[in-house]
Design a protein around this ligand. Structure first.
Ligand SMILES: *[C@@H]1O[C@H](CO)[C@@H](O)[C@H](O)[C@H]1NC(C)=O
Ligand SMILES: *[C@@H]1O[C@H](CO)[C@@H](O)[C@H](O)[C@H]1NC(C)=O
Ligand SMILES: *[C@@H]1O[C@H](CO)[C@@H](O)[C@H](O)[C@H]1NC(C)=O
Ligand SMILES: *[C@@H]1O[C@H](CO)[C@@H](O)[C@H](O)[C@H]1NC(C)=O
Ligand SMILES: *[C@@H]1O[C@H](CO)[C@@H](O)[C@H](O)[C@H]1NC(C)=O
Length: 339
């Protein structure tokens, strides 16, 4: 632990000195921000994230500062960066809409809309990166192109506005400690927890950019976006990866859990419903039977699936302020390639 933090501190100060060689726009930000080690670490991670996005635009992963041995996945598939889809297809990638930085662990989570050639159908890129001694040791990438990738809500159009709220929390907020953010992360996929979570009144709930609107099985329910919930019957995962990125400044913590479930017909589309949500699954089976009897529209047969989840929580003023359920689906009985 000691070695890790010393290594990071050295990496960070070296990076902040050399960062004056970067292009003018970035350099002016650097000079303004270089006031402390924490700022310097944030600046280092911000630069690394920009380099990752620029390398995608250049279709050149080989320009990145990769560690001699690095771990990387794209949509839960392990692959060398040079074999990944993103470095072939991305044609537009602006600054991240969400950027959470963990200066202590040298990790970051970022999310943004990207274009793969057709700006009318943007995709959502989200990723976790880990840096040791200025080199990328871990890169966990997901690209959600549309609703079927995760099984429900998607909005590249709404994403920038929604995520901007997380990036500008009120200046007078009471920040949560690192220990509290870690406890929050631990309780997310836990069977039971002593950490009791109060949900803020304006807590923003999104799934892949979209404030979730659920008009119900028959499509006749409310179209008001759902708020956050912290139910006791949430999906659990004894092997959840907790505290992957803990940004004490923004109050953001990223957690990964593997969620077994089923894709079921939902209205005239389909929805991924975790196995833990038994009554929600039963309602869809009932709906399927009713619609089969009517025989008026094609319905997806229920199929088992596993959600690889990178969930983003924001917490300050002793309350949950945002919850992003970011899922990518694979086949049944999958585990995490990161375990
Ligand atoms: C922060 O300021 C707003 C008004 O700008 C006020 O309503 C709120 O109560 C303040 N919150 C805290 C935690 O002080
Ligand atoms: C919760 O608190 C009780 C009593 O303080 C303790 O025995 C138990 O181990 C705690 N459980 C967890 C999951 O921390
Ligand atoms: C929605 O439609 C279903 C099926 O027709 C019906 O059972 C239910 O009562 C309706 N709900 C509302 C809120 O109208
Ligand atoms: C599904 O139903 C909605 C209205 O509820 C409609 O706008 C949409 O076009 C339908 N999609 C298909 C593929 O039938
Ligand atoms: C695979 O998943 C299904 C559905 O969750 C479960 O019924 C089955 O027991 C699992 N199989 C194995 C080998 O774990």
């Amino acid at each position: 632990m000691l070695r890790l933090s010393l290594g990071l501190a050295v990496a960070v100060s070296a990076m902040c000195v050399t960062s004056l060689n970067v292009p003018p726009a970035a350099a002016s930000v650097d000079r303004r921000a270089s006031t402390s080690d924490g700022d310097c670490a944030r600046e280092t991670m911000t630069n690394i994230v920009r380099k990752i996005l620029d390398s995608m635009l250049a279709h050149d992963p080989y320009s990145l500062p990769l560690a001699t041995v690095y771990k990387a996945t794209e949509n839960s598939h392990p692959a060398a960066l040079g074999m990944m889809t993103l470095w072939r297809t991305v044609t537009k990638a602006g600054p991240p809409s969400l950027l959470a930085i963990d200066a202590t662990q040298g990790t970051a989570f970022f999310a943004l809309d990207i274009s793969e050639g057709n700006d009318l159908t943007e995709s959502v890129l989200r990723a976790r990166v880990k840096v040791v001694d200025q080199e990328i040791t871990e890169l966990e990438l997901f690209i959600n192109r549309y609703r079927g990738d995760h099984g429900f809500s998607f909005s590249a159009a709404e994403l920038p506005t929604n995520y901007a709220e997380l990036m500008s929390p009120p200046a007078n907020r009471t920040k949560a400690s690192r220990a509290t953010l870690r406890e929050l992360s631990e309780s997310l996929f836990a069977e039971s927890s002593n950490f009791s979570v109060t949900v803020g009144n304006d807590c923003q709930f999104t799934e892949i950019g979209w404030r979730v609107v659920d008009t119900g099985t028959y499509g006749n329910g409310s179209s008001t976006p759902l708020g956050c919930a912290w139910p006791s019957d949430h999906p659990t995962d004894a092997n959840a990866r907790v505290g992957l990125v803990i940004d004490e400044e923004l109050g953001i913590v990223v957690t990964s859990g593997i969620v077994p479930g089923k894709v079921l017909p939902y209205q005239n589309i389909s929805a991924f419903i975790p196995d833990k949500m038994t009554s929600a699954q039963e309602a869809q089976v009932e709906y399927l039977e009713a619609m089969k009897a009517e025989g008026t529209m094609p319905l997806l047969s229920p199929i088992e699936a596993t959600g690889d989840t990178l969930e983003v929580l924001q917490y300050y003023n002793d309350k949950l302020q945002a919850m992003q359920i970011n899922v990518y689906l694979s086949g049944p009985n999958m585990t995490s390639p990161w375990l």
